[in-house]
Design a protein around this ligand. Structure first.
Ligand SMILES: *[C@@H]1O[C@H](CO)[C@@H](O)[C@H](O)[C@H]1NC(C)=O
Ligand SMILES: *[C@@H]1O[C@H](CO)[C@@H](O)[C@H](O)[C@H]1NC(C)=O
Ligand SMILES: *[C@@H]1O[C@H](CO)[C@@H](O)[C@H](O)[C@H]1NC(C)=O
Ligand SMILES: *[C@@H]1O[C@H](CO)[C@@H](O)[C@H](O)[C@H]1NC(C)=O
Length: 581
């Protein structure tokens, strides 16, 4: 694992040396539990994997319950409903960035799906699998492959659960078939919802394909109740052939509309400041094609915690000294190393010899070996000085994507080094996603832009070129009507988001009928669903943190030279711009 360098570049020799030291110093690093209780299962705090919500608040709950069967889950929901306790659902992995897993107030109950992780059924001839909600994607891929079956499209990070995927609408990349969203392959699910006294305060509902309520439950933010079981439509396991091709980004806008039709698993990784884009040429091939490739993506593979700390420190120094050029150098070095190493692809599971890499779908579709680190961790592990960042995931309608890309390119022309900051985080990932029947799923065929960038540990500290990042973010959601990914993003991207969903009203009707008291709702879910005001908060420094769009200088950092100004390309944007006198 130490031969792999994770997301960050470093001199190989130094790396080797540091790895040796770290192995001795750190030892085994177990997986972190994100729910911590002071006595037994009561008086708890919960966080996400980044140990930080967008508003940096702490989340408390009176109690956490760990059901191991649907029956226990039913009894837990019944008891809490009887007591009118607020409930929210947490997964074992807690990947969501917004505060989705947090019940309101101090008396709430967290229902963890940690022990609901079994396979309940598998029908080889119908090609379906039924699993409990807490099963991880990794396990799901494995279980399916063992039976010669495959979930055709999935998130690239396997450290998520099926319940979490459905809750937030997580997806892979394709324009083909039913699209890349896992929720569109659900043919049946069971959900435990609150009920009245005559039904014992909770019941289990079975939703099947063709049932309009299934379209509410496919993407539900966990506000309808707790999904207990999910049945997915699979396909026969197949082989794929992957090649990455690096090109100039000048015609990226034009390519976006056609590339996704040419290749089933197409995506792009864009490095705007370096004017480069990586095309993923990725298709099914006949089953007898030779090859046993594996994709263990570098960004999700184990890294030495010491190395991550060094990288983070370098980035902090670059930020502090305003050294954008330094970021461009680290960024291009990183890109060079990744390229040489095939991004984590291997032709046979051990070494990369060249493209194309052919292999079984289950060995190529997702990865996340950093979760098994024996002496290493995931790069964002906050128990060490891991990466700490903002992440936008915004989908823009396919026919508007070209203009959006060209606007970003105009910004790069004005500020050539501004976006070197994303190179350090593997560039901007662009994935295809299709319109869904899910009420809170995508409305049109779109491309999702995942942009990850530096966040300061100090909420009052402005960031290098934050105006450019803020302008891109506001452009994406307001000028181009983009939809924020429910499990990512900063607060401002959710302003008015619910109004972009044609069937939001239908969703709310189902919510009202399943959980009339809103026991599964929280302040955050009420805000994003448009039931409560206050997605954004106006206070000192709020714009830097993404908690507001600036309207006054004080929302930026005027003492440090950052003032609220219009955007450079999208004039309606209001961004924190560094003014040098
Ligand atoms: C709950 O936990 C907090 C620390 O997280 C502690 O300060 C407090 O005393 C605890 N309360 C009870 C009632 O145990
Ligand atoms: C629910 O309440 C009943 C009666 O108070 C109790 O017997 C049962 O153990 C409770 N169930 C759970 C899962 O807490
Ligand atoms: C599934 O996981 C088991 C246990 O880790 C492993 O032995 C097996 O090779 C995996 N199967 C596939 C098809 O990935
Ligand atoms: C794969 O199978 C097809 C027919 O099923 C055959 O025509 C082809 O030659 C085979 N290819 C290889 C590489 O064995």
């Amino acid at each position: 694992m130490c031969s792999q360098m994770g997301i960050f570049p470093w001199l190989p020799l130094l790396l080797y040396f540091i790895c040796l030291i770290t192995i001795f110093l750190v030892g085994y690093i177990p997986h972190e539990d994100h729910i911590k209780c002071s006595s037994g299962n009561t008086n708890c705090t919960i966080s996400n994997v980044y140990r930080s919500f967008p508003d940096r608040s702490i989340c408390r709950a009176a109690e956490v319950a760990y059901p191991t069967t649907e029956e226990e889950l039913l009894s837990i929901v019944a008891n809490a409903t009887f007591l009118q306790k607020k409930m929210r659902i947490a997964t074992s992995l807690s990947n969501s960035i917004p505060k989705l897993m947090c019940p309101d107030g101090e008396y709430g109950l967290i229902i963890s799906t940690k022990y609901l992780n079994r396979r309940l059924g598998l029908d080889k001839s119908a090609m379906t699998i039924t699993v409990e909600t807490g099963m991880t994607l990794r396990q799901l891929i494995n279980e399916s492959a063992m039976a010669g079956l495959a979930l055709p499209y999935a998130p690239y990070w396997w450290g998520v659960t099926i319940g979490g995927i459905l809750g937030t609408g997580a997806h892979g990349s394709t324009l083909w078939d039913l699209g890349p969203a896992v929720h569109d392959y659900v043919i049946e699910l069971r959900i435990v919802t609150p009920a009245g006294p005559d039904e014992g305060y909770a019941n289990v509902r079975t939703l099947k394909i063709g049932d309009p309520e299934l379209d509410a439950a496919r993407v539900s933010l966990g506000v309808l109740g707790v999904i207990s079981q999910v049945t997915l439509q699979l396909q026969p396991l197949f082989k794929r052939s992957i090649a990455f091709l690096e090109k100039d980004d000048s015609d990226l806008g034009a390519q976006i509309s056609t590339f996704g039709n040419q290749h089933e698993f197409a995506d792009f990784t864009w490095f705007p400041s370096q004017k480069k884009v990586l095309y993923r040429i990725d298709d099914r091939v006949p089953y007898n094609t030779t090859g046993n490739g594996v994709f263990d993506f570098f960004g999700l593979s184990p890294v030495s915690s010491f190395l991550t700390a060094v990288s983070r420190t370098i980035e902090e120094i670059q930020e502090y000294t305003g050294h954008a050029v330094g970021k461009c150098i680290t960024g291009s070095l990183g890109r060079y190393i990744l390229k040489k190493a095939g991004y984590g692809l291997t032709n046979d599971g051990t070494s990369f010899k060249g493209y194309p890499v052919v292999g079984y779908h289950n060995n190529l579709q997702s990865s996340g070996t950093c979760l098994d680190g024996l002496w290493t961790a995931c790069a964002w592990d906050q128990r060490f000085k891991g990466l700490y960042f903002f992440q936008n995931g915004i989908s823009i309608s396919l026919y508007k994507a070209k203009d959006f890309i060209q606007d970003v390119q105009k910004l790069v022309a004005l500020q050539p080094k501004a976006l070197c900051g994303v190179d350090i985080y593997n560039g901007i990932l662009i994935r295809y996603i299709t319109a869904s029947s899910a009420y809170l799923g995508k409305q049109e065929d779109s491309v999702e832009f995942d942009i990850t960038y530096y966040r300061s540990k100090d909420p009052m500290a402005p960031r290098l070129h934050e105006d450019i990042f803020e302008e891109i973010e506001q452009m994406a959601v307001f000028k181009y009507g983009g939809l924020p990914h429910w499990g990512k993003n900063r607060h401002l991207t959710f302003i008015g988001a619910i109004n972009k969903y044609e069937n939001a009203g239908e969703f709310l009707k189902v919510k009202q009928s399943y959980d009339p008291l809103g026991l599964f709702s929280s302040e955050w879910t009420d805000k994003v669903l448009g039931l409560k005001d206050g997605i954004t908060v106006l206070k000192e420094g709020c714009a830097s943190e993404g908690l507001c769009i600036c309207s006054q200088d004080i929302h930026c950092a005027p003492k440090k030279g950052y003032f609220c100004r219009p955007g450079k390309v999208y004039k309606n944007a209001r961004v924190c711009t560094q003014l040098t006198s």
